[in-house]
Write a protein that binds this ligand. Structure first.
Ligand code: 5MM
Length: 341
Protein backbone atom coordinates (compact mmCIF):
# COMPACT_ATOMS: atom_id res chain seq x y z
CA UNK A 1 0.00 0.00 0.00
CA UNK A 2 1.28 3.46 -0.93
CA UNK A 3 -0.32 5.66 1.73
CA UNK A 4 1.03 8.93 0.32
CA UNK A 5 -0.72 8.16 -2.98
CA UNK A 6 -3.99 7.18 -1.21
CA UNK A 7 -3.83 10.41 0.78
CA UNK A 8 -3.28 12.41 -2.41
CA UNK A 9 -6.39 10.89 -4.01
CA UNK A 10 -8.46 11.36 -0.81
CA UNK A 11 -7.44 15.01 -0.60
CA UNK A 12 -8.28 15.54 -4.28
CA UNK A 13 -11.76 14.09 -3.62
CA UNK A 14 -12.46 16.74 -0.99
CA UNK A 15 -10.73 19.73 -2.62
CA UNK A 16 -12.48 22.93 -1.45
CA UNK A 17 -14.94 24.05 -4.12
CA UNK A 18 -15.49 20.51 -5.35
CA UNK A 19 -17.42 17.42 -4.25
CA UNK A 20 -18.50 13.98 -5.38
CA UNK A 21 -21.35 12.99 -7.69
CA UNK A 22 -23.00 9.79 -6.42
CA UNK A 23 -24.25 8.25 -9.69
CA UNK A 24 -24.09 4.68 -8.37
CA UNK A 25 -27.79 3.89 -8.19
CA UNK A 26 -28.26 0.14 -8.38
CA UNK A 27 -30.61 -1.22 -11.08
CA UNK A 28 -33.63 -1.14 -8.73
CA UNK A 29 -32.99 2.42 -7.55
CA UNK A 30 -32.38 3.92 -11.00
CA UNK A 31 -35.60 2.22 -12.18
CA UNK A 32 -37.50 4.03 -9.40
CA UNK A 33 -35.94 7.35 -10.48
CA UNK A 34 -36.79 6.70 -14.14
CA UNK A 35 -40.34 5.60 -13.28
CA UNK A 36 -40.84 8.99 -11.61
CA UNK A 37 -40.05 10.76 -14.91
CA UNK A 38 -41.79 8.11 -17.06
CA UNK A 39 -38.59 6.90 -18.72
CA UNK A 40 -38.09 3.25 -19.58
CA UNK A 41 -35.19 1.77 -17.60
CA UNK A 42 -33.12 0.34 -20.47
CA UNK A 43 -29.34 0.06 -20.59
CA UNK A 44 -29.19 2.72 -23.34
CA UNK A 45 -31.34 5.16 -21.38
CA UNK A 46 -29.21 4.68 -18.26
CA UNK A 47 -26.11 5.29 -20.39
CA UNK A 48 -27.58 8.38 -22.13
CA UNK A 49 -28.67 9.89 -18.82
CA UNK A 50 -25.35 9.37 -17.09
CA UNK A 51 -23.41 10.46 -20.18
CA UNK A 52 -25.25 13.77 -20.23
CA UNK A 53 -23.98 14.52 -16.72
CA UNK A 54 -20.43 13.35 -17.39
CA UNK A 55 -20.33 15.51 -20.54
CA UNK A 56 -21.40 18.67 -18.69
CA UNK A 57 -17.83 19.86 -18.94
CA UNK A 58 -18.10 23.03 -16.84
CA UNK A 59 -19.77 21.19 -13.93
CA UNK A 60 -17.41 18.22 -14.06
CA UNK A 61 -14.19 20.20 -14.43
CA UNK A 62 -14.97 22.94 -11.90
CA UNK A 63 -17.14 21.34 -9.22
CA UNK A 64 -17.07 17.51 -9.38
CA UNK A 65 -13.92 15.96 -7.94
CA UNK A 66 -15.05 12.37 -8.48
CA UNK A 67 -17.97 10.22 -9.62
CA UNK A 68 -19.20 7.07 -7.88
CA UNK A 69 -20.19 4.62 -10.60
CA UNK A 70 -22.28 1.46 -10.58
CA UNK A 71 -20.72 -1.73 -11.96
CA UNK A 72 -22.67 -1.45 -15.23
CA UNK A 73 -21.46 2.12 -15.84
CA UNK A 74 -17.76 1.57 -15.22
CA UNK A 75 -17.65 -0.85 -18.19
CA UNK A 76 -19.99 1.19 -20.41
CA UNK A 77 -19.09 3.22 -23.48
CA UNK A 78 -20.57 6.60 -24.45
CA UNK A 79 -22.68 6.80 -27.60
CA UNK A 80 -19.57 7.65 -29.67
CA UNK A 81 -17.70 4.61 -28.30
CA UNK A 82 -15.53 6.46 -25.74
CA UNK A 83 -15.42 4.60 -22.41
CA UNK A 84 -17.43 6.63 -19.87
CA UNK A 85 -14.47 6.39 -17.50
CA UNK A 86 -12.39 8.30 -20.08
CA UNK A 87 -15.07 10.98 -20.40
CA UNK A 88 -14.89 11.49 -16.63
CA UNK A 89 -11.09 11.52 -16.54
CA UNK A 90 -10.89 13.96 -19.47
CA UNK A 91 -12.96 16.43 -17.45
CA UNK A 92 -10.38 16.17 -14.66
CA UNK A 93 -12.62 14.15 -12.35
CA UNK A 94 -11.76 10.83 -10.66
CA UNK A 95 -13.75 7.65 -11.39
CA UNK A 96 -14.90 5.67 -8.36
CA UNK A 97 -16.98 2.53 -7.91
CA UNK A 98 -19.70 1.28 -5.58
CA UNK A 99 -18.55 -2.16 -4.45
CA UNK A 100 -21.19 -3.15 -1.94
CA UNK A 101 -23.86 -5.52 -3.19
CA UNK A 102 -26.78 -3.96 -1.37
CA UNK A 103 -28.38 -4.92 1.92
CA UNK A 104 -29.84 -8.15 3.31
CA UNK A 105 -31.90 -8.77 6.46
CA UNK A 106 -29.65 -9.18 9.49
CA UNK A 107 -30.42 -12.48 11.26
CA UNK A 108 -31.87 -12.14 14.78
CA UNK A 109 -32.40 -8.40 14.29
CA UNK A 110 -35.92 -7.85 12.94
CA UNK A 111 -36.16 -4.81 10.67
CA UNK A 112 -32.38 -4.33 10.47
CA UNK A 113 -29.98 -4.78 7.59
CA UNK A 114 -26.41 -5.81 6.87
CA UNK A 115 -24.53 -4.75 3.76
CA UNK A 116 -23.31 -7.61 1.54
CA UNK A 117 -20.39 -7.85 -0.87
CA UNK A 118 -17.22 -8.88 0.98
CA UNK A 119 -16.93 -12.24 -0.81
CA UNK A 120 -14.41 -12.01 -3.67
CA UNK A 121 -14.10 -8.25 -3.04
CA UNK A 122 -10.28 -8.38 -3.23
CA UNK A 123 -10.46 -9.80 -6.79
CA UNK A 124 -13.11 -7.31 -7.89
CA UNK A 125 -11.02 -4.40 -6.59
CA UNK A 126 -8.06 -5.43 -8.75
CA UNK A 127 -10.29 -5.34 -11.87
CA UNK A 128 -11.84 -2.00 -10.90
CA UNK A 129 -8.39 -0.47 -10.37
CA UNK A 130 -7.33 -1.68 -13.84
CA UNK A 131 -10.49 -0.08 -15.23
CA UNK A 132 -9.52 3.29 -13.71
CA UNK A 133 -11.28 3.41 -10.32
CA UNK A 134 -9.19 5.19 -7.70
CA UNK A 135 -11.79 5.18 -4.95
CA UNK A 136 -14.69 2.97 -3.89
CA UNK A 137 -17.86 3.22 -1.84
CA UNK A 138 -19.64 0.91 0.61
CA UNK A 139 -22.85 2.00 2.32
CA UNK A 140 -24.08 0.62 5.65
CA UNK A 141 -27.71 1.38 6.48
CA UNK A 142 -28.89 2.01 10.04
CA UNK A 143 -32.56 2.72 10.64
CA UNK A 144 -34.08 4.52 13.62
CA UNK A 145 -37.44 3.19 14.83
CA UNK A 146 -38.88 1.99 18.15
CA UNK A 147 -36.40 -0.54 19.60
CA UNK A 148 -33.77 -0.08 16.89
CA UNK A 149 -30.96 0.26 16.03
CA UNK A 150 -29.55 -2.65 18.01
CA UNK A 151 -25.90 -2.88 19.01
CA UNK A 152 -25.67 -6.03 16.85
CA UNK A 153 -26.66 -4.06 13.73
CA UNK A 154 -24.30 -1.18 14.49
CA UNK A 155 -21.40 -3.48 15.29
CA UNK A 156 -21.75 -5.89 12.35
CA UNK A 157 -22.15 -3.04 9.88
CA UNK A 158 -19.14 -1.17 11.30
CA UNK A 159 -17.10 -4.39 11.17
CA UNK A 160 -18.03 -4.92 7.49
CA UNK A 161 -17.21 -1.28 6.65
CA UNK A 162 -13.75 -1.70 8.15
CA UNK A 163 -13.19 -5.04 6.36
CA UNK A 164 -14.09 -3.32 3.08
CA UNK A 165 -11.88 -0.30 3.84
CA UNK A 166 -8.86 -2.48 4.62
CA UNK A 167 -9.32 -4.46 1.40
CA UNK A 168 -9.59 -1.23 -0.63
CA UNK A 169 -6.39 0.23 0.77
CA UNK A 170 -4.54 -3.02 0.08
CA UNK A 171 -5.70 -2.65 -3.54
CA UNK A 172 -4.54 1.01 -3.65
CA UNK A 173 -8.12 2.31 -3.75
CA UNK A 174 -9.41 5.01 -1.38
CA UNK A 175 -12.46 3.71 0.52
CA UNK A 176 -15.42 6.03 1.01
CA UNK A 177 -16.75 4.82 4.35
CA UNK A 178 -20.52 5.45 4.38
CA UNK A 179 -22.45 4.61 7.53
CA UNK A 180 -25.88 6.09 6.78
CA UNK A 181 -28.35 6.67 9.60
CA UNK A 182 -31.63 7.02 7.72
CA UNK A 183 -33.83 10.09 8.18
CA UNK A 184 -37.04 8.18 7.46
CA UNK A 185 -38.57 8.10 10.96
CA UNK A 186 -40.44 10.53 13.20
CA UNK A 187 -37.48 11.01 15.58
CA UNK A 188 -36.09 14.44 16.41
CA UNK A 189 -32.61 15.76 15.66
CA UNK A 190 -31.28 14.79 19.10
CA UNK A 191 -32.17 11.13 18.55
CA UNK A 192 -30.43 11.27 15.15
CA UNK A 193 -27.39 12.84 16.86
CA UNK A 194 -27.32 10.14 19.55
CA UNK A 195 -27.56 7.23 17.09
CA UNK A 196 -25.10 8.75 14.61
CA UNK A 197 -22.61 9.35 17.42
CA UNK A 198 -22.77 5.68 18.42
CA UNK A 199 -22.46 4.54 14.80
CA UNK A 200 -19.47 6.79 14.05
CA UNK A 201 -17.64 5.84 17.25
CA UNK A 202 -18.12 2.14 16.51
CA UNK A 203 -17.05 2.64 12.89
CA UNK A 204 -13.79 4.38 13.86
CA UNK A 205 -13.13 1.74 16.50
CA UNK A 206 -13.43 -0.98 13.86
CA UNK A 207 -11.28 0.99 11.40
CA UNK A 208 -8.62 1.17 14.12
CA UNK A 209 -8.82 -2.53 15.02
CA UNK A 210 -8.49 -3.47 11.35
CA UNK A 211 -5.51 -1.12 10.86
CA UNK A 212 -7.11 1.12 8.26
CA UNK A 213 -5.04 4.28 7.65
CA UNK A 214 -7.31 7.22 8.30
CA UNK A 215 -5.23 9.49 6.01
CA UNK A 216 -6.40 7.31 3.13
CA UNK A 217 -10.18 7.32 3.59
CA UNK A 218 -13.08 9.70 3.00
CA UNK A 219 -16.02 9.56 5.43
CA UNK A 220 -19.53 9.84 3.97
CA UNK A 221 -21.94 10.33 6.86
CA UNK A 222 -25.46 11.64 7.24
CA UNK A 223 -25.92 15.03 8.87
CA UNK A 224 -27.67 15.34 12.24
CA UNK A 225 -31.20 16.14 11.06
CA UNK A 226 -34.78 15.58 12.23
CA UNK A 227 -36.55 12.53 10.82
CA UNK A 228 -38.73 13.26 7.78
CA UNK A 229 -41.89 12.57 9.80
CA UNK A 230 -40.76 14.48 12.88
CA UNK A 231 -43.16 17.07 14.28
CA UNK A 232 -40.14 19.27 15.12
CA UNK A 233 -38.00 20.24 12.14
CA UNK A 234 -34.56 21.55 13.07
CA UNK A 235 -33.44 24.84 11.50
CA UNK A 236 -30.48 25.09 9.11
CA UNK A 237 -28.35 26.62 11.86
CA UNK A 238 -29.25 23.89 14.36
CA UNK A 239 -28.41 21.15 11.82
CA UNK A 240 -25.07 22.83 11.08
CA UNK A 241 -24.11 23.37 14.72
CA UNK A 242 -25.15 19.90 15.88
CA UNK A 243 -23.51 18.13 12.92
CA UNK A 244 -20.22 19.96 13.48
CA UNK A 245 -20.32 19.18 17.21
CA UNK A 246 -21.08 15.52 16.43
CA UNK A 247 -18.24 15.19 13.93
CA UNK A 248 -15.75 16.91 16.25
CA UNK A 249 -16.63 14.33 18.89
CA UNK A 250 -16.24 11.33 16.60
CA UNK A 251 -13.97 11.91 13.60
CA UNK A 252 -10.18 12.04 14.07
CA UNK A 253 -8.40 14.98 12.46
CA UNK A 254 -6.26 12.56 10.40
CA UNK A 255 -9.25 11.97 8.09
CA UNK A 256 -8.69 14.27 5.07
CA UNK A 257 -12.33 14.98 4.40
CA UNK A 258 -15.98 14.35 5.03
CA UNK A 259 -18.36 14.20 2.05
CA UNK A 260 -21.99 14.13 3.18
CA UNK A 261 -24.85 12.17 1.67
CA UNK A 262 -28.08 14.11 1.14
CA UNK A 263 -30.33 11.32 2.40
CA UNK A 264 -33.66 12.69 1.15
CA UNK A 265 -33.16 16.36 2.04
CA UNK A 266 -34.42 18.81 -0.58
CA UNK A 267 -31.80 20.10 -3.03
CA UNK A 268 -31.64 23.50 -1.41
CA UNK A 269 -31.63 22.18 2.17
CA UNK A 270 -28.67 19.92 1.39
CA UNK A 271 -26.79 22.92 -0.01
CA UNK A 272 -27.78 25.27 2.83
CA UNK A 273 -26.75 22.78 5.53
CA UNK A 274 -23.32 22.18 3.97
CA UNK A 275 -22.80 25.90 3.52
CA UNK A 276 -23.77 26.71 7.12
CA UNK A 277 -21.28 24.13 8.44
CA UNK A 278 -18.48 25.55 6.33
CA UNK A 279 -19.39 29.07 7.49
CA UNK A 280 -18.71 27.89 11.08
CA UNK A 281 -15.18 27.08 9.88
CA UNK A 282 -12.04 26.18 11.85
CA UNK A 283 -12.49 22.43 11.21
CA UNK A 284 -9.71 19.85 10.92
CA UNK A 285 -11.17 18.21 7.80
CA UNK A 286 -12.63 19.57 4.55
CA UNK A 287 -16.42 19.27 4.47
CA UNK A 288 -18.04 18.69 1.11
CA UNK A 289 -20.83 16.80 -0.66
CA UNK A 290 -21.23 13.33 -2.11
CA UNK A 291 -24.83 13.78 -3.18
CA UNK A 292 -26.99 11.51 -5.27
CA UNK A 293 -30.53 12.82 -5.16
CA UNK A 294 -29.65 16.43 -4.22
CA UNK A 295 -27.48 16.73 -7.36
CA UNK A 296 -29.56 14.68 -9.75
CA UNK A 297 -33.24 15.36 -9.00
CA UNK A 298 -33.25 18.62 -11.02
CA UNK A 299 -31.41 17.33 -14.11
CA UNK A 300 -33.48 14.12 -14.10
CA UNK A 301 -36.69 16.12 -14.17
CA UNK A 302 -35.40 18.50 -16.84
CA UNK A 303 -34.24 15.60 -19.04
CA UNK A 304 -37.30 13.36 -18.75
CA UNK A 305 -35.78 10.99 -21.29
CA UNK A 306 -35.93 13.43 -24.25
CA UNK A 307 -32.93 14.21 -26.44
CA UNK A 308 -34.14 17.77 -26.96
CA UNK A 309 -33.95 18.35 -23.17
CA UNK A 310 -30.28 17.42 -22.80
CA UNK A 311 -29.07 21.04 -22.77
CA UNK A 312 -31.55 22.14 -20.09
CA UNK A 313 -30.75 19.03 -18.00
CA UNK A 314 -27.06 19.92 -18.25
CA UNK A 315 -27.84 23.48 -17.12
CA UNK A 316 -29.75 22.11 -14.13
CA UNK A 317 -26.85 19.79 -13.24
CA UNK A 318 -24.31 22.61 -13.61
CA UNK A 319 -26.40 24.83 -11.36
CA UNK A 320 -26.64 22.30 -8.50
CA UNK A 321 -22.96 21.37 -8.83
CA UNK A 322 -22.05 25.08 -8.72
CA UNK A 323 -24.26 25.79 -5.68
CA UNK A 324 -22.79 22.84 -3.77
CA UNK A 325 -19.28 23.80 -4.84
CA UNK A 326 -19.86 27.22 -3.24
CA UNK A 327 -21.35 25.55 -0.14
CA UNK A 328 -18.21 23.44 0.24
CA UNK A 329 -16.39 26.75 0.83
CA UNK A 330 -19.13 28.45 2.87
CA UNK A 331 -19.74 30.89 0.00
CA UNK A 332 -23.31 30.00 -1.00
CA UNK A 333 -26.17 32.52 -0.76
CA UNK A 334 -29.86 31.69 -1.16
CA UNK A 335 -30.19 34.63 -3.61
CA UNK A 336 -28.13 32.66 -6.10
CA UNK A 337 -30.95 30.07 -6.24
CA UNK A 338 -33.59 32.72 -6.90
CA UNK A 339 -31.53 34.30 -9.69
CA UNK A 340 -31.26 30.94 -11.44
CA UNK A 341 -34.97 30.11 -11.12
C1 5MM B 1 -27.00 7.29 -5.61
O1 5MM B 1 -27.59 6.45 -4.61
C2 5MM B 1 -26.68 5.51 -4.04
C3 5MM B 1 -27.06 4.12 -4.37
O2 5MM B 1 -28.12 3.64 -3.66
P1 5MM B 1 -28.63 2.10 -3.87
O3 5MM B 1 -27.46 1.21 -3.66
O4 5MM B 1 -29.67 1.98 -2.82
O5 5MM B 1 -29.18 2.00 -5.24
C4 5MM B 1 -26.55 5.82 -2.53
O6 5MM B 1 -25.75 4.90 -1.85
C5 5MM B 1 -25.92 7.15 -2.42
O7 5MM B 1 -24.59 7.11 -2.85
C6 5MM B 1 -25.93 7.75 -1.02
O8 5MM B 1 -26.99 7.32 -0.24
C7 5MM B 1 -26.01 9.25 -1.18
O9 5MM B 1 -27.08 9.56 -2.02
P2 5MM B 1 -28.15 10.60 -1.52
O10 5MM B 1 -29.25 10.53 -2.53
O11 5MM B 1 -28.54 10.17 -0.12
O12 5MM B 1 -27.39 11.92 -1.54
Amino acid sequence: MNLAELNKVARAMVTPGKGILAADESSGTIKKRFDAISVECTEDNRRDYRELMFRTHEAMSKYISGVILYDETIWQKAKDGTPLVDVIKKAGSIPGIKVDEGTKPLPNCPGELITAGLDKLADRLVKYYEQGARFAKWRAVIDIAPGIPSYAAIHTNAHALARYAALCQAAQIVPIVEPEVLMDGDHDIDRCYEVTEFVLKETFQQLYYQKVSLEGIVLKPNMAVSGKKSAKKASVQEVAEKTVKLLKNCVPGAVPGIAFLSGGQSDEEATAHLDAMNKIGGLPWNLTFSYGRALQAAPQKAWSGKGENVASAQRAFLHRAHMNGLASMGQWKSDLEKKAA
